[in-house]
Design a protein around this ligand. Structure first.
Ligand code: ADP
Ligand code: ZN
Ligand code: ZN
Length: 746
């Protein structure tokens, strides 16, 4: 037998399979990880296929060294998925296969953890008899008695009752009375195994109706749903029932949630409902925990997977449903190579593996909602909050008017009064500030330029408190001293600009001495449990006000919050991105949804300089449909997705000159392709060869060939040709990536 093996090296010269001889007696199937000789080294690889014969002369074929695990690590479905993704995303198979494994499993950097256990080697009667014999130490007698229940006991557990038991156990082992062995233990995050089982509450009528719509197609393995439910409508409870139904039919489930929502609260809650049949995958797990959760899924011990984006590659066999909660979140798009959209991967898995797909959101993405019109997704609605709790009242305050009447503070009078009110009544408030740092940018008063990162062409930010007095790049982590003169024009008039979460926190402290305030942004939530600790303080009531960036807008459920304030609603509206309006609507609606989730009704105050803007007005009314219609019309008028496809060939190179020349050459090739295909050419709306917004990132110069195509089958075929163009081997030092509706065009 011969095996075609993909070796775990990413290099153009090895982007193919290598043939190895399968040693006599080694059981193998595609997907098994193996060690193989490669040149003078031994490296890891994955078996892609097996054949009876091979064309190579026998002396050229070397043997597989060993199997790395005693099971195939990659399921057949995931092997196919990796192959397709490599095709579609201009990645090598070695790279897409890496997505299917816990990172540390490669190279054997994480191991199975074991513990020593003891059990009787004789019958309990014999053990008791032996215990009573003369000449045994007290220690050995006690151990024999403890073990005479016939169970297997970890030595660590016995050590709680008998001091230093191992030498005594070894003596008993020599006497043939006790057997010692190594047993595998699983590292479980959050001690999840012990979480108590909680009962399912009865469903509300609306939840039941939604479930009745969704279950029959799901059982046939074909439902494709968009569950559109307002904030607090109880979508999670609907998920749980669908998952239970899948489990009862012997199927599994994957539930994707945004990383940020995978709070310990959320995890505990899921564990409480599903117990040990659930596994969690997120970035805060230790490598050991991640590996063990992955293995529990691979073995079939865990049948419900809750995880962030990459959990879509979980080795779950036979999924009955894949749920994507908060489907509008951009975190489902991976911006690192190999780029993928977890929602598209989810749909692909559902198609192949006969599972139902549920995308869910209170503010669906324009693209998903548009699909419900075309019928490729079925719309299921939960239009009201559970128990008819009212949606919060939203009030817009016009910051221009505040300024005109002499209020220069960052708080409008309405927000200040409402805050005072909430604090006085012992209620809680959340304030959203879509900016980090005390003073975000440092810019020049003379020429107006902001100080940019030397590697990234992105403005650097300064942090007032706990700062090392330097400017930081949020993209690559670079830090430079604050300049005293403008690096661009030499002017000494350099100043801080913009107010962030730190500034809001300080003003609050001055306004409410003695009141607990928690600030959550990227700076305060680093570390393994940074997030959890701050949320715990707020949940326990030790703090009354929570100030934060958009990370507080999503998914949090604090029943005592009665006031939500948005410091500057327009901040994200003017970003140079066609999705800025969609993002702003989502952010405002989501954060408003944090108010009034308990008994007390909620109030929301949105500060804005543009109260008449339709996006802000629709968000204030929490009127998704009005927003959708207006936004769809706008996109139709200016040819944006879903009416068009935005693509680009992105070029990156250490040399600015190489990047430019490569982009220009690609531009010419594109022209040639279009000249040869008039049917493609008809679909091209714009094409530009230019430098993107970020002219360099992580030290590399960037150029791109930007294309806007009207959505059509011809455009898709053109994109396939562009993918091939990007993958052509190059002799210069440029890398070319093909991007299809990318997260950002920067
Ligand atoms: P959504 O995700 O739609 O914003 P959640 O699923 O978080 O809403 O539900 C909102 C709140 O209502 C939660 O506190 C949840 O526990 C509660 N809830 C949902 N459904 C029920 C039900 N059938 N019975 C009792 N409480 C419910
Ligand atoms: Zn200047
Ligand atoms: Zn940088």
């Amino acid at each position: 037998m011969y095996a075609q093996v993909i070796v775990d090296i990413v290099h153009e010269n090895v982007a193919r399979t290598f043939t190895y001889l399968v040693p006599e007696g080694m059981e193998l199937v595609p997907g098994w990880r193996v060690a193989v000789p490669f040149g003078k080294r031994t490296i890891e690889g994955v078996v892609l296929s097996l054949t009876e014969s091979c064309d190579l002369p026998p002396e050229k074929v070397r043997s597989i060294t060993e199997r790395l695990e005693d099971y195939p690590a990659i399921l057949p479905e995931l092997l196919t998925l990796a192959t397709d993704m490599a095709e579609e995303t201009h990645a090598s198979l070695a790279e897409t296969l890496r997505l299917m494994l816990p990172a540390q499993m490669r190279g054997g950097r994480v191991r199975v953890k074991t513990e020593t256990v003891a059990e009787l080697a004789v019958s309990p009667q014999e053990a008791e008899k032996a215990a009573s014999e003369q000449g045994r130490s007290m220690k050995r007698r006690t151990l024999l008695t403890l073990l005479s229940d016939g169970e297997i006991h970890p030595v660590a557990e016995l050590a709680l009752l008998v001091k230093d038991p191992l030498p005594a156990l070894r003596q008993l082992e020599e006497a043939g009375l006790v057997r010692l062995s190594e047993r595998e233990v699983l590292r479980r995050p959050n001690g999840a195994l012990n979480a108590p089982e909680k009962a399912d509450p009865p469903l509300t009528d609306e939840q039941r109706e939604a479930l009745n719509l969704m279950l029959p197609p799901t059982r046939r393995g074909e439902g494709r749903f968009l569950l559109f439910g307002v904030t607090g409508s109880g979508k999670t409870e609907v998920f749980i029932r669908i998952v239970r139904d899948c489990l009862a039919r012997g199927k599994g489930a994957i539930i994707l949630v945004p990383e940020i929502a995978l709070t310990p609260q959320m995890v505990d809650w899921f564990m409480g409902r599903f117990g040990p049949v659930a596994a969690v995958l997120h970035s805060r797990l230790s490598p050991g925990e991640r590996f063990d959760e992955w293995r529990r899924i691979r073995r079939g011990d865990a049948r419900v997977v809750i995880g962030a984006r990459s959990a879509i590659f979980a080795p779950l066999e036979n999924p009955g449903v894949i749920i994507v909660d908060e489907e509008h979140e951009t975190t489902y798009l991976s911006d690192r190579h190999p780029r993928y959209d977890a929602r598209a991967i989810a749909e692909k898995r559902c198609d192949r593996e006969g599972a139902a797909l549920v995308l869910a959101s209170a503010t669906p993405s324009i693209l998903s909602f548009a699909r419900t019109r075309k019928g490729s997704l079925r719309l299921v609605e939960l239009p009201r909050r559970v128990f008819d709790r009212p949606l919060p009242e939203v009030e817009l305050t016009d910051m221009r008017r505040e300024l005109n009447s002499g209020n220069r503070s960052i708080f409008s009078r309405a927000l200040r009064e409402s805050l005072m009110n909430a604090v006085r009544k012992g209620q809680q408030a959340m304030l959203l500030m879509n900016h980090r740092g005390y003073h975000s940018f440092v810019s020049c008063r003379t020429c107006g330029k902001a100080v940019k990162c030397p590697n990234c062409d992105i403005s650097m930010t300064y942090h007032m408190i706990g700062s090392d007095g330097r400017l930081h790049c949020h993209y690559c982590g670079a830090a430079v001293p604050v300049p005293t003169i403008c690096p661009d024009c030499g002017s000494p008039h350099i100043r801080y600009f913009g107010a962030g979460t730190q500034r809001v926190e300080e003003e609050l402290k001055a306004m409410f001495p003695g009141v607990g305030i928690v600030r959550m942004d990227v700076d305060t939530t680093s570390g393994k449990d940074g997030h959890a600790k701050l949320l715990d303080i707020f949940r326990s009531g030790r703090a009354q006000i929570l100030v934060g960036t958009q990370m507080i807008a999503k998914g949090l459920d604090f029943p005592r919050v009665t006031l939500v304030g948005v410091m500057a609603a327009d901040m994200s509206l003017n970003l140079p991105d066609y999705r800025a309006r969609e993002r702003t609507f989502q952010l405002l609606t989501q954060v408003a949804g944090r108010a009034g989730r308990g008994e007390e009704p909620g109030r929301v105050i949105i500060q804005t300089y543009k109260p008449e803007d339709p996006v802000i007005a629709a968000a204030a009314r929490q009127d998704y449909r009005a927003f959708f219609e207006e936004e769809l019309a706008r996109r139709r008028a200016s040819w944006y997705p879903p009416f068009s496809v935005l693509t680009r060939l992105l070029v990156e190179s250490p040399s600015e000159d190489t990047a430019r020349r490569c982009a220009e050459e690609l531009g010419r090739r594109v022209e040639e392709m279009l000249a040869a295909h008039p049917d493609w050419n008809r679909r091209v709306l714009t094409r530009i060869v230019d430098q993107p917004g970020a002219r360099y990132l992580r030290g590399k110069a960037r150029w791109h060939v930007l294309l806007k195509l009207s959505a059509s089958p011809e455009a898709e075929r053109f994109c396939a040709a562009l993918t091939d163009l990007a993958r052509e081997p190059r002799s210069d030092l440029a890398e070319v990536w093909f991007e299809y509706n990318p997260v950002t065009m920067m």
